[in-house]
Design a protein around this ligand. Structure first.
Ligand SMILES: [Zn+2]
Length: 187
């Protein structure tokens, strides 16, 4: 175990600031009345969203995705720039654990790990990342699924494939057949 308890966000979003081609990507969430903002590279967003899609493939099917109504709150108070990222489905807790390492304390710019079972869990992750300099976020499967779709829409141009189901994502919305949505995907 680590000495940090994970952030359990009320909401979590990706956002971009700036004109196309010069956009800065942020991951922002709120938990326990605290706002957390992390700066990321577009490539990290793409890989993280794909990885969330992969791990959800092996997890129980997400239910209705949250209607994300939160909008980005611009702030100069960035927690840190993200370096190492680890993401895993935690079987015991039935949720997605996302660990963001501060780039200043990361040995690798991108380092994804997705194999996590209930026995090894936290210790495996804490060996690879300086946990005192990392943020731990614990997301429901639905939050993670919605986040992956949101990040993919933002980071990829046009109608990119959904990281969960592979159908094209429509900017107007996507009822993902890999979740318990009622509508078929918009084509
Ligand atoms: Zn989908």
């Amino acid at each position: 175990m680590t000495n940090m308890s994970p952030i359990i966000p009320n909401w979590i979003i990706f956002a971009t600031v700036g004109p196309v081609g010069e956009r800065t990507f942020y991951l922002q969430c709120e938990g326990s009345d605290t706002l957390y903002t992390y700066k990321m590279e577009k490539q990290q967003v793409v890989l993280l969203c794909d990885q969330i899609g992969n791990i959800l493939d092996d997890a129980p099917r997400p239910g209705h995705l949250p209607d994300e109504t939160a909008s980005f709150r611009p702030t100069d108070d960035i927690n840190f720039v993200v370096g190492t990222i680890a993401v895993a489905y935690d079987v015991a807790l039935d949720g997605v654990l996302l660990i963001l390492g501060d780039i200043e304390f990361s040995s690798e710019n991108l380092d994804f790990m997705s194999s996590l079972d209930e026995s090894s869990g936290w210790e495996v992750l804490s060996e690879a990342i300086d946990m005192d300099r990392a943020a731990q976020l614990f997301l429901s499967r639905e939050q993670a699924a919605a986040l992956a779709i949101m990040g993919t829409v933002l980071a990829k141009a046009g109608r990119p494939p959904c990281p969960l189901c592979g159908y094209p994502l429509d900017p107007r919305g996507h009822a993902c057949p890999r979740t318990n949505g009622h509508k078929p995907p918009t084509r």
